[in-house]
Design a protein around this ligand. Structure first.
Ligand SMILES: Nc1ncnc2c1ncn2[C@@H]1O[C@H](COP(=O)(O)OP(=O)(O)OP(=O)(O)O)[C@@H](O)[C@H]1O
Length: 233
C-alpha cells in the first residue's frame, strides 16, 4: 500500500532523514521507534506532505504522492493525527468531528458522523456539545483519532497517540488501533516511545537513529538486546 523509498528530508539547509525506506501493507501496524530528536515526526510530516523531500519517493497505492499537498493526500485516504493532538479547542466535539468529513473523497449529502466512531470511543458521544478545550488529555486524544477516522482513511499516521495519557486510555487506544487494522484493513504507522507497548501492538518495526533506519523486523520476534543500543539514551 505505502512504499517509501530512499527518502531524504529536513528543514531549510538541515537534512534530517537520510535514505529512509519503509513499507506498510494493508491492515498492518508498523511501529517507528527511536530516541528523542531522531526524525520520527519529520518522517510523519514528510509522509503527509507537510515537508517536501529533497530526494526519494512516497508511493501510495502504486502512485507517487510526492507532489501532492496534505489535503490532497487526505482525500486519497491518508489520515494523520499529529503529536500533541491538535484539536480545535473552541469548537465542540461534534464540530471537530464534522471537520473530519472534509477528508472524504465524496462528501455525503448530509453531514453525519459515522456511528462506528462512537462505538470505538463512546465517551465522545456523551460529550458531543462540549468544547474540545474542556476535554481531558485522554479525551482530546480520542477526539483527534476519531476525527481522522471520520475521513475513512486507508492509512493512518499516528504520532505518539499514547503520550501523557493514563493507562486505561492507553489500553483503549491500543485496542482501537488493532481493531481498525484487523477489521477495516487500515494500514497504520505508529510513532511510539514505549518500546514494549509499540512492539505489543505492531506487526513490524523500524528504528530510526540520526535520521536513518538502523534496524527493522517482525515485532513478535525481536532481539531486544540488539535493538537496545539504538533506544537507550
Ligand atoms: N521546524 C523545524 N525546524 C528546524 N529543525 C527542526 C524542526 N522540527 C524539528 N527539527 C529538528 O529535526 C530533528 C528531528 O526532529 P523530530 O521532531 O522529527 O524528532 P522525533 O524523533 O520526532 O523526536 P521526539 O521523539 O522528541 O518527538 C531534531 O533535531 C529537531 O530539532
Amino acid at each position: 500500500m505505502l512504499n517509501v523509498a530512499n527518502l531524504q528530508a529536513g528543514y531549510d539547509e538541515t537534512t534530517i532523514l537520510r535514505d529512509v525506506s519503509i513499507k506498510v501493507e494493508k491492515g498492518k501496524i508498523i511501529a517507528v521507534l527511536g530516541r528523542n530528536g531522531v526524525g520520527k515526526t519529520t518522517l510523519m510530516k514528510t509522509l503527509m506532505g507537510l515537508l517536501k523531500p529533497s530526494a526519494g519517493d512516497v508511493v501510495w497505492r502504486n502512485h507517487s504522492v510526492k507532489g501532492l499537498r496534505p489535503e490532497q493526500r487526505a482525500k486519497k485516504g491518508i489520515g494523520y493525527v499529529p503529536q500533541g493532538r491538535d484539536i480545535f479547542s473552541t469548537l465542540t466535539v461534534e464540530e471537530n468531528l464534522l471537520l473530519g468529513l472534509e477528508a472524504l473523497q465524496k462528501k455525503p449529502k448530509k453531514d453525519v458522523i459515522p456511528s462506528h466512531v462512537f462505538e470505538l470511543f463512546p465517551v465522545l458521544h456523551e460529550m458531543l456539545q462540549r468544547k474540545g478545550g474542556d476535554l481531558s488529555g485522554g479525551q482530546q486524544q480520542q477526539l483527534a483519532i476519531a476525527r481522522a477516522l471520520v475521513g475513512n482513511p486507508e492509512l493512518l499516521l499516528l504520532d505518539e497517540p499514547m503520550e501523557g495519557i493514563q493507562p486505561s486510555i492507553v489500553q483503549l487506544i491500543e485496542r482501537v488501533i488493532i481493531k481498525i487494522a484487523r477489521e477495516q484493513g487500515v494500514g497504520i504507522v505508529l510513532v511510539e516511545h514505549n518500546v514494549d507497548l509499540a512492539l505489543a501492538c505492531s506487526d513490524f518495526f523500524y528504528i530510526l537513529d540520526h535520521g536513518r533506519i538502523v534496524a527493522q523486523g517482525d515485532s513478535k520476534n525481536v532481539n531486544l538486546e540488539a535493538i537496545q543500543k539504538h533506544l537507550v539514551v
